[in-house]
Design a protein around this ligand. Structure first.
Ligand SMILES: [Zn+2]
Length: 399
């Protein structure tokens, strides 16, 4: 691949006098959740936070305790009857067949576990707080957010509420006229795209693996001219992401000149994740997020999927370091190594566990060019129709 497409890796976002990033978190994520052998019954956010603390990366001034969204706030996007159904299900510890059918709750996909309502409400409160920080010109990092499949009236894809929607609504309420949601999770950001399909202020870009649940976000799906969907092949690797970022995503974002960017950085596109067949390193995700946050005065950076506890925790801890411009260690401190050694995961076979997941933060750099298929996808994506304020000359901007 052409060297001009290669991002410089893991540099902090440039820009003079940017206010330091904030980390939005809460101890509610330390509670066991989902239960049984659910793919999300692994410690993700808390492990990332602990790795950051081991490295001395969490200044008290940078920490924002996540508020908990109340029912009235949740009702801004979610059907109040659904909000109440989830609250009652949590309280009772069970759901009626009617509730299960109607709201997709109490299923294998979206189980009702103790504290589910508070946990989901906290992720919404956190994304609202993150948006408020971003409106003040900061990068606000909220890795517990990113529940991009949540629907107004039902749970979907392990997501009960849709916290990215609330980050976006908070920004729109404050008068933001141009906002981009960039979704790097391995699954299509269907809930967010659909939530703003009729709102010309919001443009959504999603890079996700094709032929994977929820099977939306095919390349022809332009969301009426307001979305760009890049559904990529299994094996999608760093050079492919770099090419799509350089040739499609960043030109679109720069042309849009958004007042605020919301990034959903699911970690399930990383090599070793059991629920995708993408093959990225954490370096590629970090570089993509750093470039996106550099393209707007304020950014909200959320988490999302990610089902390999080692790759998720390293990715999300390292992302905080990159957003801050901290030097990344070659080797993790002993406390972190012990933390990672204690993790387990039914979905990742022992023989598939890379020993470097226990001792390092950054993945080994990847070699190799982007595939011809990715290059063709980039060319096609620039020819897709766009609507209104998003219509003008992405191709010119790329030139
Ligand atoms: Zn995902």
């Amino acid at each position: 691949m052409d060297s001009k497409h290669r991002m410089t890796g893991i540099e902090a976002p440039p820009g003079p006098a940017r206010r330091p990033p904030v980390f939005v978190g809460h101890d509610v994520y330390r509670r066991a959740a989902y239960g049984g052998n659910h793919p999300l019954a692994i410690p993700r956010v808390e492990t990332a936070v602990d790795l950051c603390r081991d490295l001395g990366w969490v200044d008290p001034d940078a920490w924002v305790e996540s508020p908990v969204a109340d029912a009235e706030t949740l009702g801004r996007f979610h059907d109040p009857a659904y909000v109440e159904a989830l609250r009652r299900a949590d309280e009772c510890g069970e759901v009626t067949p009617e509730t299960q059918r109607r709201y997709n709750l109490g299923t294998l996909e979206n189980p009702v576990f103790p504290g589910v309502f508070r946990r989901a409400s906290t992720s919404v409160g956190g994304s609202i707080a993150a948006a408020e920080q971003a409106l003040a010109g900061r990068i606000a990092y909220h890795p517990a957010g990113g529940t991009h499949h949540g629907r107004p009236d039902r749970a979907s894809g392990f997501c009960y509420f849709n916290d990215p929607v609330f980050a976006i609504l908070t920004a729109l309420d404050a008068g933001v006229g141009r906002l981009v949601h960039a979704d790097l999770d391995a699954h299509h950001g269907d809930g967010v795209q659909d939530a703003f399909a009729a709102d010309p202020r919001v443009y959504t870009i999603s890079i996700h693996e094709r032929e994977r649940w929820p099977h939306t976000g095919v390349p022809d799906d332009t969301g009426g001219g307001q979305s760009c969907n890049l559904s990529v092949a299994p094996g999608f690797a760093d050079a492919d992401l770099e090419l799509l970022m350089a040739e499609v995503v960043l030109p679109l974002v720069r042309r849009a000149a958004p007042d605020l960017i919301v990034v959903t950085c699911g970690a399930d596109g990383l090599a070793g994740d059991p629920l995708s067949r993408m093959a990225l390193t954490n370096r590629a995700l970090w570089a993509a997020v750093a470039a996106l946050t550099a393209a707007a005065p304020g950014s909200v950076v959320l988490g999302g999927g990610g089902y390999n506890p080692w790759t998720v925790a390293r990715c999300w801890a390292g992302l905080w370091g990159v957003l801050n411009g901290f030097a990344l260690p070659d080797r993790l401190p002993p406390a972190s190594v012990r933390r990672l050694e204690r993790l387990d995961c039914d979905l990742v076979d022992e023989e598939d566990r890379d020993p470097r997941w226990l001792t390092t933060l950054a993945d080994e750099p990847q070699d190799g060019p982007a595939t011809p298929e990715t290059a063709a996808m980039a060319r096609r994506a620039l020819d897709m129709p766009r609507r209104g304020r998003w219509s003008a000359g992405a191709r010119r901007a790329a030139a």
